[in-house]
Design a protein around this ligand. Structure first.
Ligand SMILES: Cc1ncc(COP(=O)(O)O)c(C=O)c1O
Length: 400
């Protein structure tokens, strides 16, 4: 499939002079996804696992089918897939469910590259329970420094890391961390929000115990996320949230939770969004990923070279293409990232400027004002990269 054909599936990208490079914040949706969500609401809108009428049966089928689709994308079992309202919620569910087994003095290990979604829930739990938090540092290029993992010791109960940074695009060596975590009996929770949009993942093979991602970054609807949990890991966890649809009944006033995944889906789940996400994963599964990765790498190279060839630009993150996603951040001497992204937007180039919900990483990299991030998807092409580079020349000319 050509890039033009990939691009044609996304109606919003047909606008002339529009260059969408903010995919790490939210990817665009293929028209088929929008249609699938609308068709569901027009023909099968009902609550799930509760009703026996015709629409309820259709909704059950659609929702259960969506779970099977997600499971297949993760090479997992359907009972390992929990639908949530987003990646943040998925990570909070893991943290809340693990809290019961944590004792004062236990340790949680996170990395300095975490998005706040995979940091603040653990910090909040650490404050509540008197836990120790240790941080895996980053190198100058923003990659995790895994040279000394002695902090993952017997006190450590949870290692929570991102599969790929939303700022630098650096991909984490998850199998290495899984080995270190499991050697001391700790569980490994992985934030896959940025990695999953760039091709199928097998979290079990990686060694993760939990793996979370967001629908809206994987070409699907907003308001949905996924928590994958290794069956054995999910089964030992208590519910994190309480409500309808997740208990078999009550023994007096003691709730009897259902088995996973229902145990973790309190309340009405995001049904139409699950249908849309399944369609988005269908779209992803139809791509030739080696070809897409080669295309994304070539665009990343073009962008990195273009930025490196301009005065006063500091590249944030790895300069090489090994183990990195097409997420490119940079800072421009004398120009605030918000001013740059505003001036780029005026020229039809959508990027994001700021701290990217990753304050510890900004501090570690000495980027007090944040940075500009251009994040690519399979549908981007050279015209997008070149529009960014020429827009940047214009913006710098205005601001300096
Ligand atoms: C690495 C990472 N983790 C988590 C999230 C949060 O995901 P959500 O918006 O689905 O809560 C983001 C969003 O930008 C992210 O980039």
């Amino acid at each position: 499939m050509t890039i033009a054909a990939i691009r044609a599936a996304f109606p919003v990208l047909s606008r002339a002079g529009f260059h969408y490079l903010d995919n790490a914040a939210m990817a665009q949706c293929p028209g088929t996804v929008v249609k699938a969500v609308a068709a569901h609401d027009l023909t099968a809108r009902a609550n799930v696992h509760r009703g026996l009428h015709e629409l309820a049966r259709r909704a059950d089928e659609a929702y259960d089918g969506a779970r099977e689709r997600v499971a297949a994308f993760l090479s997992a079992g359907a009972d390992e897939v929990v639908f949530t309202g987003g990646c943040t919620l998925a990570l909070n569910i893991v943290a809340l469910a693990l809290e019961e087994r944590m004792q004062a003095g236990d340790r949680i290990v996170v990395s300095a590259a975490e998005h706040h979604s995979n940091l603040l829930p653990w910090l909040a739990m650490a404050r509540r329970k008197g836990l120790d938090v240790a941080v895996i540092p980053v190198n100058r290029d923003g990659r995790l420094d895994l040279s000394d993992l002695s902090m993952i010791d017997r006190r450590c109960k949870v290692v929570a890391v991102t599969h790929a940074s939303n700022v630098t695009g650096a991909v984490t060596d998850i199998p290495r961390l899984a080995g270190a975590a499991h050697a001391v009996g700790a569980v490994l929770a992985v934030d896959g929000a940025q990695r999953l949009p760039h091709g199928p993942v097998d979290p079990r093979e990686l060694g993760a115990d939990f793996y979370a991602f967001a629908g809206h970054k994987t070409y699907g609807p907003t308001g949905i996320g996924v928590l994958w949990g290794r069956r054995e890991a999910l089964e030992t966890l208590p519910p994190a949230l309480w409500g309808g649809g997740m208990v078999a009944g009550l023994d007096g006033d003691v709730p009897i939770p259902l088995d996973p995944p229902a145990r973790f889906e309190a309340g009405t789940p995001p049904v139409a969004q699950a249908v849309g996400l399944a369609r988005a994963l269908d779209w992803m599964a139809g791509l030739d990923w080696p070809a897409v990765r080669a295309h994304e790498a070539a665009l990343t190279r073009r962008l990195l070279d273009g930025l490196a060839g301009r005065d006063g630009i500091r590249l944030v993150g790895p300069a090489d293409l090994a183990d990195r996603l097409p997420v490119v951040s940079f800072a421009v001497e004398g120009c605030h990232p918000h001013d740059l992204s505003h001036l780029l937007a005026e020229r039809g180039v959508a990027v994001r400027g700021g701290a990217h919900c990753a304050r510890p990483l900004m501090s570690a990299l000495g980027l007090d004002e944040g940075c500009v991030r251009a994040s690519l998807a399979p549908y981007n092409d050279e015209t997008d990269v070149d529009a960014l580079l020429s827009g940047l020349d214009h913006a710098i000319g205005v601001l300096r």
